[in-house]
Design a binder for this molecule. Structure first.
Ligand code: GDP
Length: 364
């Protein structure tokens, strides 16, 4: 999974990126890397993985990961080539979800590009750039399709109607996700365009330290403004979170969080929200060599889950041996679970549940 961080300059994007991809914040025995300065691979925090590790004692533990891309340089006019925006807009297209950071903190030392703190105006500025970029894509496609439609091609005519609808919506300042298109048409004509404003979005309200728990008036405004979008709003004190990740030990970080009245780092909350935004869940494999978390869609079947490990596993899928996470922990080992008759054998139709510990049997 890949998520792109967008927002105006100086709203806290890089701070958030650094804090998410800070090696110190990641458990020491987990592999971690930053691919490029603006791309990081973030481990998905999951206490269940640590629990399984303590039970199995594997050689290594591999958490699920999310790739985060810091998309800097989005400013007014980016879609028209202002700043570095246009170049970065291309990067957003490759992401699965968007984390839209909004400045909801006041600080005279941090300059706002438009002179005052106003998350709603900021959001509209960014949305407009993204919509204009999408409009460009839609118009290009529409031109091609219209030529074919003219020849009497029924499919092209159908597509033309949908594209025209998208164009009208975008021109009226709507994001693609807010335009009503039938599921069928969306699948056939809209999805392949990989439009930026069609991607699920999570609004991250960057607040001052004192508002980390309850938010503030700016956050309330944002919540109201996005109510119709069916999007999630997350309150994060990004600057404070960054300070926390600088602390050396887990205990120190936990104490800082306690002081603030938080139960977990915002990065954990953020990644969890991104998971639910994308309808993702986790299953585990647990052997002596490796205990590992895998990411799958919520409605994935057992063969699809196997396919995440290797496509051959999916093709040759025979059956899955499944232990519910709670059973694994309650009985303490795979052997004991088996003894108790709690290991299930599931077939091709099985819908994997969050936390399942699985073995796959397959033909090669
Ligand atoms: P970007 O341009 O969106 O990547 O913004 P940066 O992450 O570089 O942040 C811009 C400035 O705002 C930096 O000086 C940060 O230290 C500061 N900043 C970021 N988040 C916060 C915050 O939550 N509170 C305050 N007061 N300052 C912040």
């Amino acid at each position: 999974m890949k998520a792109g961080i967008v927002g105006l300059p100086n709203v806290g994007k890089s701070t958030l990126f650094n804090c998410l991809s800070n090696a110190k914040a990641q458990s020491a025995n987990f592999p971690f890397c930053t691919i490029e300065p603006n791309i990081g691979v973030v481990n998905v925090p999951d206490p269940r993985l640590e629990k399984l590790e303590s039970l199995v004692n594997p050689e290594r533990v591999v958490p699920a990961t999310v790739e985060i891309v810091d998309i800097a340089g989005l400013v007014k006019g980016a879609s028209k080539g202002e700043g570095l925006g246009n170049q970065f807009l291309g990067n957003i297209r490759e992401t699965d979800a968007i984390l839209h950071v909004l400045r909801c903190f006041e600080d005279d030392n941090v300059v706002h590009v438009d002179g005052s703190v106003d998350p709603i105006r900021d959001k509209e500025t960014i949305d407009m750039e993204l919509q204009l970029k999408d409009l460009e894509t839609v118009e290009k496609k529409l031109e091609k399709v219209a030529r074919v439609a003219k020849t009497g091609n029924k499919d092209a005519q159908k597509e033309q109607v949908v594209l025209q609808q998208l164009k009208t919506g975008l021109e009226a300042g709507k994001s693609i996700r807010a335009i009503t298109v039938s599921e069928e048409d969306r699948e056939e004509f809209v999805r392949p365009l990989q439009l930026i404003t069609d991607k699920p979005v999570l609004y991250v309200c960057n607040v001052d330290e004192g508002s980390a728990v309850d938010g503030n008036a700016y956050v309330e405004k944002v919540k109201k403004a996005v109510a119709e979008e069916n999007a999630e709003v997350l309150v994060l004190a990004v600057g404070t979170e960054a300070d926390i990740t600088e602390l050396d030990t887990y205990e120190e970080r936990q104490m800082f969080l306690d002081d603030l009245g938080l139960t977990e780092p915002g990065s954990a909350k953020l990644i969890r929200s991104a998971y639910s935004l994308l309808n993702l869940q986790t299953y585990f494999t647990a052997g002596e060599k490796e205990v590992r978390a895998w990411t799958i869609p919520i409605d994935a079947t057992a063969p699809q889950a196997a396919g995440v490990i290797h496509t051959d596993f999916e093709k040759g899928f025979i059956r899955a041996e499944v232990i519910a996470y709670d059973d694994y922990v309650n009985y303490g080992s795979e052997a004991k679970v088996k003894e108790a008759g709690k290991m299930r054998v599931e077939g091709k139709e099985y819908k994997v549940k969050d936390g399942d510990v699985m073995h796959f049997r397959f033909n090669v």
